[in-house]
Design a binder for this molecule. Structure first.
Ligand code: GDD
Length: 398
């Protein structure tokens, strides 16, 4: 890949939030191009070999809930061969067993492609046992199973990726219409992660556009209703601490993102669709230097957050109504509002915004969402003893 060097950034404590990087070429070529050696060059080349090195250590978690099988198959097809797909499903088993259908399609696809993979149902007793034996009961509900929700599936995916020995973990939604876009996202994850100068890095994708039909014409919208609002308040939150107004954060709701495993295990998480915005809250709280730092070694090494703009348009299932959009807005702003370091004036602005959008009543607080502590609390040795890998696709950790 050939892309901009991440030069300007906002610093908040140990966090470096880089401005969005633009891609020049999706394939940067083999070997190192010496033309890029000049210190004054603003574009960098990430050679294919470097991308490949990361891909071998990268698991891609695909959360699925009752999506069309063809879409899921297209997503699998877009994942570079050396990455390990981990399909985490919360699909129905009644009246039709959708998980069985997914499992059968994935088994066949991966057998034909000779691809290694892991598949699990989020609500299976075995996944629950993994967390219980690992001494992490927070995800378990009254039925003794992992709770419903996208974030909950993602956390199960991170735990499996770590048990599988992977150094990086990325996320791709299962309802993407374009395998080519999926392929690009994973390449961006690898290119972004290869830039990390510390063991703690994250890559977040800013979609190039989301095509829509407007008056019989294609219109390539840049911002969705949710991300426009989330990013505005996220930047205000950051600006409050740096003392400078900023627009650097553009990826508050990035469903497509990847993390180095040490960072993934050091963040705490918020439920459902608030998970992506909460990454920022967790990083600002834990590594911002305003609250006591739980991980002194991270404060020393620093955390790097790369935001990269994809080139493919993003086309996914859109049959989601206003209630879903409003819930996502409330969830995203709620994690800012309830943060222990959220300034009082920002709380007032957020409440006013939610009231203006008719999501909460005047002077009411946004819903307080369930939070999960850091995954490094899991005893992975004990958790690993519960897993029978032969039941979960075709992957046995070395
Ligand atoms: N395992 C699991 N468990 N997967 C789930 C669950 C669940 O409870 N709920 C949803 N999913 C899967 C869906 O099948 C889909 O692949 C993905 O998670 C995203 O869910 P959608 O319902 O399609 O979300 P969206 O398109 O409105 O929002 C997506 O994009 C946002 C950015 O615009 C999500 O990725 C958001 O988290 C993201 O902020």
């Amino acid at each position: 890949m050939r892309l901009e060097i991440p030069t300007s950034a906002e610093r908040f404590g140990a966090n470096l939030f880089y401005k969005v990087q633009k891609i020049y070429e999706l394939d940067g070529g083999h070997g190192v191009d010496s033309e890029f050696e000049s210190r004054y060059h603003v574009i960098q080349q990430i050679p294919y070999e470097r991308i490949h090195e990361i891909e071998k250590d990268l698991a891609i978690v695909i959360p699925v809930k009752d999506e069309r099988l063809r879409l899921l198959e297209g997503v699998l097809c877009g994942i570079p061969h050396d990455c390990l797909p981990i399909i985490l499903s919360n699909s129905k088993s009644e009246p039709i067993d959708r998980f069985r259908m997914e499992r059968s399609m994935v088994d066949t696809f991966c057998r034909y492609a000779k691809k290694k993979y892991i598949i699990a149902h989020q609500r299976s007793p075995e996944i629950a046992r993994l967390f219980l034996e690992g001494g992490y009961p927070h995800l378990i509900d009254e039925e003794g199973l992992v709770r419903h929700g996208k974030a909950e599936g993602m956390l199960a995916g991170i735990a499996l990726a770590n048990l599988a020995g992977k150094k990086y973990v990325g996320f791709i939604d299962s309802d993407n219409y374009f395998p080519g876009a999926v392929f690009e996202y994973v390449r961006i994850f690898s290119a972004g992660l290869s830039q990390g100068k510390t063991p703690y890095s994250m890559v977040r994708i800013q979609w190039h556009s989301k095509p829509k039909i407007v008056e019989n014409d294609l219109f390539f919208a840049k911002w969705g209703r949710v991300s426009r609002i989330t990013n505005q308040y996220l930047n205000q939150f950051l600006g409050h601490f740096t003392g400078y107004e900023t627009e650097v954060l553009r990826t508050g709701n990035a469903g497509e993102h990847a993390l180095s495993m040490p960072l993934a295990l050091s963040l705490d998480y918020s439920t459902g669709f608030s998970v992506e915005t909460h990454h920022f809250v967790s990083m600002m709280e834990k590594f911002g230097g305003v609250m006591p730092a739980p991980f002194p070694e991270i404060m020393k090494s620093g955390v790097e957050i790369f935001q990269i703009e994809s080139r493919n348009p993003h086309l996914h299932e859109v049959a989601k109504g206003d209630d879903h959009i409003n819930e996502m807005i409330e969830y995203s702003l709620s994690v800012l509002w309830h943060s222990a370091i959220c300034p009082a004036n920002l709380k007032t602005e957020i409440s006013t915004e939610l009231n203006r959008l008719k999501i909460i009543r005047k002077n009411a607080s946004p819903v307080k969402l369930r939070q999960y502590p850091v995954l490094s609390d899991i005893d992975f040795e004990a958790a690993g003893r519960t897993i029978d890998w032969s039941q979960h696709g075709n992957y046995i950790p070395a």
